[in-house]
Design a protein around this ligand. Structure first.
Ligand code: V55
Ligand code: FE
Length: 487
């Protein structure tokens, strides 16, 4: 029986969509730049069957991949559930079979697989392109390969048997200078394990290097940052262990007594050093670079406490939302101190979804883009009563690391924006010369919209309108026609 009525956060705009979609020649307003030729892929959280538990983290929802295919000012849309093992098992049983976030002990006995705890992945986080192939990824398990035109699920990927980690990050990093892709898996050898395997793919998508290391303690490592010499692994004050999972709880608990830690790994030698700092929530990085041979800088949003309403305080504390602000973290490799140096760059409260002009990944850059809630803007619609979602993210900020200036784009009185993605105007355009694309929920019209923003002026040039609601997006990826075999 499919009944979502027990879930107050899955109503109105936020009710699950549950259908695959195909739509040609989408409705548009303004101008769709004819130079935009490629596809904007997104992965959404879209429950196909209601969760088993009332307090199930939204991060466990089924993965759904969609694309806006841009061709000479015309846009076609397609969306499909990722046909994970989990999704197929559920459809065969005609009901929800899986329990808490990354906890196979809570799964229905008919599918519980403690030998392969990562096979229950929902593939629900990032569309990733590596060497001309498209994947749906989530940090809890292996990636699924996706047909870039039909969005059909082609199967689980193990990169010719060279990928040895049981998991694959949702945030590989492409180095525009070398053409390499740097990716990793944590909890690489089993649930709660301290093992991280780091891989370097060459330009052709072949794994050319593996480094293995152990972390000080197991914590969520959602994203990394790269410089020409190092890979930086930031980890929050989150904890897990086998007892917690056997007791039937979601994978993570929040432990404010546990320091945040940062692993700094040399790309070629694998030499690893750990730094520590006070309680932090660290989710996405914006960028990193080498300030000198021994000084590594990471710019990223950080919060001084828990940002996840559904990951309970292991000491029984009540949840309060801690705001993210953009900070600069410095790691001095010549120093004997193992403490991170942290500086606040901006006071603006932002989401954790920072993006840059990816052509500057790993090199000192100027602009950071992120959606955020501007309290001075009007908002006419009603938001769900979720502790983590009290303000509408109806604006996108462009932060200038050179001048300290902030320039905003505002999407409208009933719009809730998802993560922005930057598209350069041409291969050799200067940093920030291009467009931002971002989708938003139009709560008033109950439809999804994609806004196209001229990034130098942060002003809207056009919109693509979907005649239906679009389930919440996690991440988006632009692929030009030379990155994927697009039809
Ligand atoms: C994030 C998202 C996830 C997850 C862990 O945005 C972290 C951060 C959608 O799934 O499993
Ligand atoms: Fe992410």
């Amino acid at each position: 029986m499919v009944d979502f009525s027990r879930f107050p956060l899955m109503r109105g705009y936020y009710a699950p969509n549950r259908f695959d979609a195909e739509l040609f020649d989408c409705e548009t307003t303004g101008t769709i730049p004819a130079e935009l030729n490629g596809a904007f892929y997104r992965i959404h959280l879209d429950w196909f069957y209601p969760p088993k538990y009332l307090d199930e983290p939204s991060l466990s929802a089924d993965g759904y991949i969609s694309m806006f295919r841009f061709r000479n000012g015309i846009v076609d849309y397609r969306g499909r559930y990722v046909r994970t093992l989990r999704w197929r098992n559920q459809l065969a049983a005609r009901r929800q079979l899986y329990g808490y976030y990354r906890n196979p002990y809570t799964d229905d006995p008919s599918v519980r697989d403690l030998e392969h705890p990562t096979w229950r992945t929902t593939a629900n986080t990032t569309p990733v392109v590596i060497a001309g192939k498209l994947y749906a990824t989530k940090e809890e398990g292996p990636p699924y390969r996706i047909d870039p035109n039909t969005l059909e699920t082609l199967g689980v990927e193990d990169f010719g048997g060279e990928w040895k980690s049981q998991t694959f990050t949702a945030h590989p990093k492409y180095d525009p200078e070398t053409g390499e892709t740097i990716a990793f898996g944590y909890e690489a050898t089993g649930l709660c394990s301290r093992d991280v395997f780091l891989y370097i793919f060459d330009r052709e998508g072949k794994i050319r290097k593996e480094h293995r290391f152990q972390v000080p303690y197991t914590s969520m490592i959602h994203d990394i940052a790269i410089t020409p010499t190092h890979v930086i692994f930031p980890a929050s004050s989150m904890v897990t262990n086998e007892e917690r999972l056997r007791a039937g709880r979601p994978h993570w608990g929040w432990d404010r007594t546990v320091p945040a830690w940062y692993g700094i790994v040399h790309r070629e030698t694998g030499e690893t050093r750990f730094f520590f700092g006070p309680e932090r929530s660290l989710v996405h990085t914006a960028n990193a670079w080498n300030e000198s041979e021994d000084r590594i800088v990471v710019v990223m949003p950080a919060a001084d406490g828990n940002t996840w309403p559904f990951f309970e305080d292991v000491h029984g504390g009540k949840f309060t939302m801690h705001p993210n602000t953009i900070r600069k973290l410095t790691f001095d490799l010549s120093s004997k101190s193992d403490q991170v140096q942290e500086e606040r760059l901006f006071d603006t409260i932002v989401t954790s979804f920072t993006r840059i002009d990816d052509r500057y990944m790993g090199r000192k850059n100027r602009y950071i883009y992120v959606q955020f809630a501007d309290p001075t803007k009007p908002f006419d619609a009603e938001l769900p009563q979720d502790q983590g979602r009290s303000q509408p993210n109806s604006s996108i900020a462009r932060f200038d690391l050179q001048t300290g200036e902030r320039v905003d784009y505002w999407a409208g009185r009933a719009q809730v924006l998802q993560e922005p993605t930057f598209i350069p105007r041409s291969d050799n355009a200067v940093e920030g010369d291009g467009w931002l694309v971002a989708t938003c929920h139009n709560l008033a019209e109950r439809r999804g919209e994609l806004v196209i923003i001229d990034a130098p002026t942060m002003s809207e040039v056009g919109r693509v309108i979907l005649p239906f609601r679009s389930a919440p997006q996690v991440h988006g990826t632009w692929a030009s026609e030379d990155m994927l075999p697009l039809q």
